[in-house]
Design a protein around this ligand. Sequence first.
Ligand SMILES: NC(=O)C1=CN([C@@H]2O[C@H](COP(=O)(O)OP(=O)(O)OC[C@H]3O[C@@H](n4cnc5c(N)ncnc54)[C@H](OP(=O)(O)O)[C@@H]3O)[C@@H](O)[C@H]2O)C=CC1
Ligand SMILES: Cc1cn([C@H]2C[C@H](O)[C@@H](COP(=O)(O)OP(=O)(O)O[C@H]3O[C@@H](C)C(=O)[C@@H](O)[C@H]3O)O2)c(=O)[nH]c1=O
Ligand SMILES: [Mg+2]
Length: 298
Amino acid sequence: MKLLVVGANGQVGNALLRALAPLGEVIATTRSGQLDDGSACERLDLADVEAIAPLVQRLRPDAVVNAAAYTAVDRAEDDRAAAFIANADAPARLAQACAAQDIALVHYSTDYVFDGRGTRPYREEDPTAPLGVYGESKLAGEAGIARSGARHLILRTAWVYGLHGHNFLRTMLRVGAEREELRVVADQRGCPTPAWLIAETTARILRQGIAASGVRHLVAAGETTWHGFAEAIFDEAVAQGLLARRPKVVAIATSEYPTRATRPAYSVLDTARLRGEYGLALPDWRDALHRTLSDRAN
Ligand SMILES: NC(=O)C1=CN([C@@H]2O[C@H](COP(=O)(O)OP(=O)(O)OC[C@H]3O[C@@H](n4cnc5c(N)ncnc54)[C@H](OP(=O)(O)O)[C@@H]3O)[C@@H](O)[C@H]2O)C=CC1
Ligand SMILES: Cc1cn([C@H]2C[C@H](O)[C@@H](COP(=O)(O)OP(=O)(O)O[C@H]3O[C@@H](C)C(=O)[C@@H](O)[C@H]3O)O2)c(=O)[nH]c1=O
Ligand SMILES: [Mg+2]
Protein backbone atom coordinates (compact mmCIF):
# COMPACT_ATOMS: atom_id res chain seq x y z
CA MET A 1 0.00 0.00 0.00
CA LYS A 2 1.20 3.53 -0.81
CA LEU A 3 0.19 6.11 1.78
CA LEU A 4 0.48 9.90 1.79
CA VAL A 5 0.70 11.61 5.20
CA VAL A 6 -0.03 15.34 4.97
CA GLY A 7 1.29 17.43 7.88
CA ALA A 8 3.89 14.91 9.03
CA ASN A 9 5.56 17.21 11.58
CA GLY A 10 2.50 17.56 13.82
CA GLN A 11 1.82 15.40 16.87
CA VAL A 12 -0.41 12.98 14.97
CA GLY A 13 1.57 13.25 11.72
CA ASN A 14 4.79 12.30 13.47
CA ALA A 15 3.14 9.30 15.16
CA LEU A 16 1.60 8.25 11.83
CA LEU A 17 4.99 7.95 10.15
CA ARG A 18 5.89 5.27 12.69
CA ALA A 19 2.51 3.53 12.84
CA LEU A 20 1.91 3.36 9.08
CA ALA A 21 5.41 2.20 8.10
CA PRO A 22 4.54 -1.54 8.36
CA LEU A 23 1.68 -1.06 5.86
CA GLY A 24 3.92 -0.20 2.93
CA GLU A 25 5.42 2.94 1.37
CA VAL A 26 4.76 6.11 3.35
CA ILE A 27 5.27 9.49 1.69
CA ALA A 28 5.27 12.54 3.97
CA THR A 29 4.48 16.19 3.28
CA THR A 30 5.27 19.19 5.47
CA ARG A 31 4.99 22.91 4.96
CA SER A 32 8.77 23.26 4.62
CA GLY A 33 9.68 20.09 2.71
CA GLN A 34 11.65 18.88 5.75
CA LEU A 35 10.79 16.53 8.57
CA ASP A 36 11.62 17.51 12.16
CA ASP A 37 14.51 15.01 12.13
CA GLY A 38 16.09 17.03 9.32
CA SER A 39 15.37 14.61 6.49
CA ALA A 40 13.77 15.75 3.24
CA CYS A 41 10.15 15.06 2.31
CA GLU A 42 7.51 16.43 -0.06
CA ARG A 43 6.63 20.08 0.44
CA LEU A 44 3.01 21.19 0.69
CA ASP A 45 1.78 24.46 2.11
CA LEU A 46 -1.97 24.04 2.43
CA ALA A 47 -2.44 27.77 1.99
CA ASP A 48 -1.43 27.13 -1.63
CA VAL A 49 -4.66 25.23 -2.32
CA GLU A 50 -3.92 25.04 -6.05
CA ALA A 51 -0.89 22.86 -5.31
CA ILE A 52 -2.95 20.15 -3.61
CA ALA A 53 -4.51 18.31 -6.58
CA PRO A 54 -1.31 18.23 -8.70
CA LEU A 55 0.62 16.72 -5.77
CA VAL A 56 -1.98 14.00 -5.23
CA GLN A 57 -2.10 13.28 -8.98
CA ARG A 58 1.66 13.01 -9.19
CA LEU A 59 2.06 10.71 -6.17
CA ARG A 60 -1.08 8.59 -6.74
CA PRO A 61 -1.27 7.04 -3.25
CA ASP A 62 -3.85 4.40 -2.29
CA ALA A 63 -4.86 6.52 0.69
CA VAL A 64 -4.20 10.03 2.03
CA VAL A 65 -4.06 10.71 5.76
CA ASN A 66 -4.42 14.40 6.54
CA ALA A 67 -2.85 15.32 9.88
CA ALA A 68 -2.26 19.01 9.07
CA ALA A 69 -4.43 21.64 10.72
CA TYR A 70 -4.49 25.10 12.21
CA THR A 71 -4.67 24.06 15.89
CA ALA A 72 -3.93 27.29 17.79
CA VAL A 73 -7.39 27.64 19.37
CA ASP A 74 -6.97 31.15 20.81
CA ARG A 75 -4.99 32.55 17.88
CA ALA A 76 -7.69 31.35 15.46
CA GLU A 77 -10.13 33.87 16.96
CA ASP A 78 -8.08 36.69 15.41
CA ASP A 79 -6.84 34.75 12.39
CA ARG A 80 -10.09 33.44 10.97
CA ALA A 81 -9.03 33.44 7.31
CA ALA A 82 -5.91 31.33 7.91
CA ALA A 83 -7.80 28.89 10.14
CA PHE A 84 -10.47 28.39 7.48
CA ILE A 85 -7.94 27.89 4.69
CA ALA A 86 -6.04 25.17 6.58
CA ASN A 87 -9.03 23.52 8.28
CA ALA A 88 -11.81 23.89 5.71
CA ASP A 89 -10.68 24.92 2.20
CA ALA A 90 -7.56 22.73 2.03
CA PRO A 91 -9.24 19.54 3.32
CA ALA A 92 -12.09 20.04 0.84
CA ARG A 93 -9.61 20.40 -2.03
CA LEU A 94 -7.69 17.37 -0.82
CA ALA A 95 -10.93 15.35 -0.70
CA GLN A 96 -11.88 16.48 -4.22
CA ALA A 97 -8.47 15.38 -5.49
CA CYS A 98 -8.96 12.01 -3.74
CA ALA A 99 -12.45 11.60 -5.19
CA ALA A 100 -11.15 12.21 -8.72
CA GLN A 101 -8.75 9.25 -8.44
CA ASP A 102 -10.75 7.01 -6.08
CA ILE A 103 -8.22 7.48 -3.28
CA ALA A 104 -9.40 6.96 0.33
CA LEU A 105 -9.00 9.89 2.75
CA VAL A 106 -8.58 9.75 6.51
CA HIS A 107 -8.96 13.13 8.22
CA TYR A 108 -9.14 14.29 11.84
CA SER A 109 -11.64 16.58 13.51
CA THR A 110 -12.29 17.74 17.03
CA ASP A 111 -14.53 17.66 20.09
CA TYR A 112 -14.59 21.47 19.77
CA VAL A 113 -17.34 21.13 17.11
CA PHE A 114 -19.69 20.71 20.11
CA ASP A 115 -20.85 23.48 22.44
CA GLY A 116 -20.25 21.39 25.56
CA ARG A 117 -23.74 21.67 26.98
CA GLY A 118 -24.29 17.91 26.64
CA THR A 119 -24.76 15.64 29.64
CA ARG A 120 -23.77 12.25 28.17
CA PRO A 121 -20.92 11.32 25.80
CA TYR A 122 -21.46 12.89 22.38
CA ARG A 123 -22.43 10.61 19.52
CA GLU A 124 -21.48 11.28 15.90
CA GLU A 125 -24.97 12.46 14.94
CA ASP A 126 -25.46 14.83 17.88
CA PRO A 127 -25.99 18.47 16.87
CA THR A 128 -22.81 20.51 16.48
CA ALA A 129 -22.48 24.15 17.58
CA PRO A 130 -18.85 25.25 17.84
CA LEU A 131 -18.03 27.96 20.36
CA GLY A 132 -15.04 29.36 18.48
CA VAL A 133 -13.37 29.86 15.13
CA TYR A 134 -11.18 26.74 15.42
CA GLY A 135 -14.22 24.50 15.96
CA GLU A 136 -16.18 26.32 13.25
CA SER A 137 -13.38 25.90 10.73
CA LYS A 138 -12.96 22.19 11.58
CA LEU A 139 -16.72 21.66 11.17
CA ALA A 140 -16.58 23.35 7.76
CA GLY A 141 -13.75 20.94 6.87
CA GLU A 142 -15.95 17.97 7.80
CA ALA A 143 -18.71 19.30 5.54
CA GLY A 144 -16.37 19.92 2.61
CA ILE A 145 -15.03 16.37 2.78
CA ALA A 146 -18.52 14.88 3.05
CA ARG A 147 -19.60 16.83 -0.06
CA SER A 148 -16.55 15.78 -2.11
CA GLY A 149 -17.77 12.26 -2.82
CA ALA A 150 -14.42 10.80 -1.71
CA ARG A 151 -14.32 7.54 0.22
CA HIS A 152 -13.43 8.96 3.62
CA LEU A 153 -13.23 8.62 7.35
CA ILE A 154 -13.29 11.68 9.60
CA LEU A 155 -12.03 10.74 13.04
CA ARG A 156 -13.10 13.25 15.67
CA THR A 157 -10.62 13.12 18.50
CA ALA A 158 -9.80 15.34 21.51
CA TRP A 159 -7.19 16.63 23.95
CA VAL A 160 -4.32 15.20 21.90
CA TYR A 161 -0.94 14.91 23.59
CA GLY A 162 2.38 13.17 23.24
CA LEU A 163 6.09 13.59 23.75
CA HIS A 164 6.36 15.32 20.35
CA GLY A 165 5.05 18.80 19.59
CA HIS A 166 2.97 21.36 21.47
CA ASN A 167 0.50 19.92 23.92
CA PHE A 168 -0.80 20.03 27.48
CA LEU A 169 1.42 17.15 28.69
CA ARG A 170 4.60 18.92 27.61
CA THR A 171 3.39 22.25 28.98
CA MET A 172 2.70 20.62 32.37
CA LEU A 173 6.10 18.88 32.46
CA ARG A 174 7.89 22.14 31.60
CA VAL A 175 5.93 24.44 33.91
CA GLY A 176 5.77 21.80 36.66
CA ALA A 177 9.57 21.68 36.79
CA GLU A 178 9.75 25.47 37.17
CA ARG A 179 6.96 26.25 39.65
CA GLU A 180 5.80 25.11 43.08
CA GLU A 181 2.18 25.62 42.22
CA LEU A 182 0.00 25.51 39.10
CA ARG A 183 -3.62 26.51 38.61
CA VAL A 184 -5.62 24.33 36.22
CA VAL A 185 -9.28 24.39 35.25
CA ALA A 186 -11.40 21.67 36.85
CA ASP A 187 -14.73 22.37 35.14
CA GLN A 188 -13.98 21.26 31.58
CA ARG A 189 -14.46 17.51 31.03
CA GLY A 190 -13.02 15.52 28.16
CA CYS A 191 -10.88 12.59 27.01
CA PRO A 192 -7.09 13.00 26.86
CA THR A 193 -5.90 11.01 23.85
CA PRO A 194 -2.28 10.27 22.93
CA ALA A 195 -1.14 10.79 19.35
CA TRP A 196 0.16 7.20 19.17
CA LEU A 197 -3.34 5.85 19.87
CA ILE A 198 -4.77 7.88 17.01
CA ALA A 199 -1.97 6.78 14.68
CA GLU A 200 -2.13 3.10 15.62
CA THR A 201 -5.92 3.06 15.26
CA THR A 202 -5.61 4.74 11.87
CA ALA A 203 -3.13 2.05 10.79
CA ARG A 204 -5.51 -0.68 11.88
CA ILE A 205 -8.42 0.87 10.01
CA LEU A 206 -6.39 1.29 6.83
CA ARG A 207 -5.27 -2.32 7.04
CA GLN A 208 -8.90 -3.48 7.35
CA GLY A 209 -10.21 -0.93 4.84
CA ILE A 210 -12.66 1.91 5.57
CA ALA A 211 -15.96 0.19 6.37
CA ALA A 212 -18.20 3.15 5.54
CA SER A 213 -17.59 6.83 4.85
CA GLY A 214 -18.51 9.34 7.56
CA VAL A 215 -17.58 10.78 10.94
CA ARG A 216 -16.47 8.51 13.80
CA HIS A 217 -15.35 9.35 17.34
CA LEU A 218 -11.88 8.22 18.44
CA VAL A 219 -10.65 9.02 21.96
CA ALA A 220 -9.17 7.07 24.87
CA ALA A 221 -11.74 5.56 27.25
CA GLY A 222 -12.99 7.28 30.39
CA GLU A 223 -13.09 11.00 31.11
CA THR A 224 -11.46 13.62 33.29
CA THR A 225 -10.92 17.36 33.61
CA TRP A 226 -7.79 19.29 32.64
CA HIS A 227 -7.09 19.44 36.39
CA GLY A 228 -7.51 15.66 36.71
CA PHE A 229 -5.26 15.16 33.69
CA ALA A 230 -2.59 17.46 35.21
CA GLU A 231 -2.69 15.54 38.51
CA ALA A 232 -2.30 12.23 36.66
CA ILE A 233 0.60 13.64 34.61
CA PHE A 234 2.47 14.62 37.77
CA ASP A 235 1.72 11.29 39.50
CA GLU A 236 3.14 9.41 36.51
CA ALA A 237 6.06 11.78 35.93
CA VAL A 238 7.23 11.49 39.54
CA ALA A 239 6.67 7.70 39.61
CA GLN A 240 8.72 7.33 36.43
CA GLY A 241 11.49 9.65 37.60
CA LEU A 242 10.83 12.38 35.00
CA LEU A 243 10.23 14.99 37.71
CA ALA A 244 11.97 15.18 41.05
CA ARG A 245 9.07 16.71 42.92
CA ARG A 246 5.36 17.16 42.43
CA PRO A 247 4.03 20.70 42.13
CA LYS A 248 0.77 21.60 43.82
CA VAL A 249 -2.08 21.62 41.27
CA VAL A 250 -4.84 23.99 42.36
CA ALA A 251 -8.28 23.32 40.89
CA ILE A 252 -9.77 26.51 39.45
CA ALA A 253 -12.88 27.50 37.50
CA THR A 254 -12.72 28.40 33.82
CA SER A 255 -13.67 31.96 34.81
CA GLU A 256 -10.36 32.16 36.70
CA TYR A 257 -8.36 31.25 33.59
CA PRO A 258 -9.52 33.69 30.92
CA THR A 259 -8.67 32.76 27.33
CA ARG A 260 -9.47 34.38 23.99
CA ALA A 261 -11.55 31.40 22.80
CA THR A 262 -14.29 29.73 24.81
CA ARG A 263 -13.80 25.96 25.30
CA PRO A 264 -16.66 23.46 25.70
CA ALA A 265 -17.37 22.59 29.35
CA TYR A 266 -18.14 18.98 28.44
CA SER A 267 -16.79 17.26 25.34
CA VAL A 268 -16.60 13.56 26.19
CA LEU A 269 -17.01 11.54 22.97
CA ASP A 270 -18.84 8.21 22.62
CA THR A 271 -16.65 5.81 20.62
CA ALA A 272 -19.06 2.83 20.49
CA ARG A 273 -19.64 3.11 16.76
CA LEU A 274 -15.95 3.03 15.80
CA ARG A 275 -15.19 0.21 18.24
CA GLY A 276 -18.09 -1.85 16.91
CA GLU A 277 -17.28 -1.30 13.25
CA TYR A 278 -13.59 -2.17 13.49
CA GLY A 279 -13.57 -4.50 16.51
CA LEU A 280 -11.34 -2.14 18.52
CA ALA A 281 -10.71 -1.90 22.25
CA LEU A 282 -9.58 1.59 23.30
CA PRO A 283 -7.42 1.92 26.44
CA ASP A 284 -8.43 3.96 29.46
CA TRP A 285 -6.88 7.43 29.36
CA ARG A 286 -4.76 6.73 32.48
CA ASP A 287 -3.28 3.56 31.00
CA ALA A 288 -2.65 5.44 27.77
CA LEU A 289 -0.85 8.20 29.71
CA HIS A 290 1.24 5.61 31.54
CA ARG A 291 2.30 4.03 28.25
CA THR A 292 3.07 7.41 26.70
CA LEU A 293 5.50 8.31 29.47
CA SER A 294 7.02 4.85 29.98
CA ASP A 295 7.51 4.03 26.32
CA ARG A 296 9.75 6.92 25.30
CA ALA A 297 9.81 5.69 21.71
CA ASN A 298 6.40 7.29 21.29
N1 LIG B 1 -4.14 18.94 19.25
C1 LIG B 1 -5.31 18.56 19.73
O1 LIG B 1 -5.56 18.62 20.93
C2 LIG B 1 -6.37 18.03 18.83
C3 LIG B 1 -6.17 17.91 17.47
N2 LIG B 1 -7.20 17.47 16.66
C4 LIG B 1 -7.02 17.36 15.23
O2 LIG B 1 -6.08 16.33 14.98
C5 LIG B 1 -5.29 16.64 13.83
C6 LIG B 1 -3.83 16.59 14.19
O3 LIG B 1 -3.59 17.55 15.20
P1 LIG B 1 -2.17 17.71 15.92
O4 LIG B 1 -1.26 16.66 15.44
O5 LIG B 1 -2.41 17.86 17.36
O6 LIG B 1 -1.75 19.13 15.34
P2 LIG B 1 -0.35 19.88 15.43
O7 LIG B 1 -0.65 21.31 15.68
O8 LIG B 1 0.59 19.13 16.30
O9 LIG B 1 0.20 19.71 13.95
C7 LIG B 1 -0.45 20.30 12.86
C8 LIG B 1 0.51 20.30 11.70
O10 LIG B 1 -0.17 20.94 10.63
C9 LIG B 1 0.76 21.74 9.94
N3 LIG B 1 0.15 22.83 9.22
C10 LIG B 1 -0.62 23.83 9.71
N4 LIG B 1 -0.93 24.69 8.74
C11 LIG B 1 -0.34 24.23 7.62
C12 LIG B 1 -0.27 24.69 6.29
N5 LIG B 1 -0.88 25.81 5.90
N6 LIG B 1 0.43 23.97 5.39
C13 LIG B 1 1.07 22.85 5.75
N7 LIG B 1 1.05 22.37 7.01
C14 LIG B 1 0.35 23.05 7.92
C15 LIG B 1 1.66 22.27 11.04
O11 LIG B 1 2.87 22.65 10.42
P3 LIG B 1 3.83 23.78 11.07
O12 LIG B 1 4.52 23.05 12.17
O13 LIG B 1 4.70 24.16 9.93
O14 LIG B 1 2.91 24.86 11.55
C16 LIG B 1 1.79 21.09 11.97
O15 LIG B 1 2.91 20.30 11.65
C17 LIG B 1 -5.80 18.01 13.36
O16 LIG B 1 -6.78 17.80 12.38
C18 LIG B 1 -6.43 18.59 14.59
O17 LIG B 1 -7.45 19.54 14.28
C19 LIG B 1 -8.41 17.10 17.16
C20 LIG B 1 -8.65 17.18 18.49
C21 LIG B 1 -7.63 17.62 19.43
C1 LIG C 1 -1.43 25.73 30.55
C2 LIG C 1 -2.72 25.78 31.33
C3 LIG C 1 -3.94 25.56 30.69
N1 LIG C 1 -5.09 25.62 31.40
C4 LIG C 1 -6.35 25.35 30.71
C5 LIG C 1 -6.68 26.13 29.46
C6 LIG C 1 -7.58 25.17 28.70
O1 LIG C 1 -8.91 25.30 29.15
C7 LIG C 1 -7.05 23.81 29.11
C8 LIG C 1 -6.15 23.15 28.10
O2 LIG C 1 -5.21 24.06 27.58
P1 LIG C 1 -4.71 23.96 26.08
O3 LIG C 1 -4.17 25.26 25.67
O4 LIG C 1 -3.87 22.76 25.93
O5 LIG C 1 -6.12 23.70 25.41
P2 LIG C 1 -6.60 23.77 23.95
O6 LIG C 1 -5.58 24.38 23.08
O7 LIG C 1 -7.96 24.35 23.98
O8 LIG C 1 -6.71 22.23 23.55
C9 LIG C 1 -7.53 21.90 22.46
O9 LIG C 1 -6.76 21.93 21.29
C10 LIG C 1 -7.53 21.72 20.12
C11 LIG C 1 -6.58 21.72 18.94
C12 LIG C 1 -8.49 20.60 20.17
O10 LIG C 1 -8.93 20.12 19.14
C13 LIG C 1 -9.07 20.22 21.51
O11 LIG C 1 -9.48 18.87 21.55
C14 LIG C 1 -8.17 20.54 22.68
O12 LIG C 1 -7.14 19.58 22.84
O13 LIG C 1 -6.32 24.01 30.32
C15 LIG C 1 -5.09 25.87 32.77
O14 LIG C 1 -6.16 25.91 33.40
N2 LIG C 1 -3.91 26.08 33.41
C16 LIG C 1 -2.71 26.05 32.75
O15 LIG C 1 -1.63 26.27 33.36
MG1 LIG D 1 -3.51 24.70 22.60
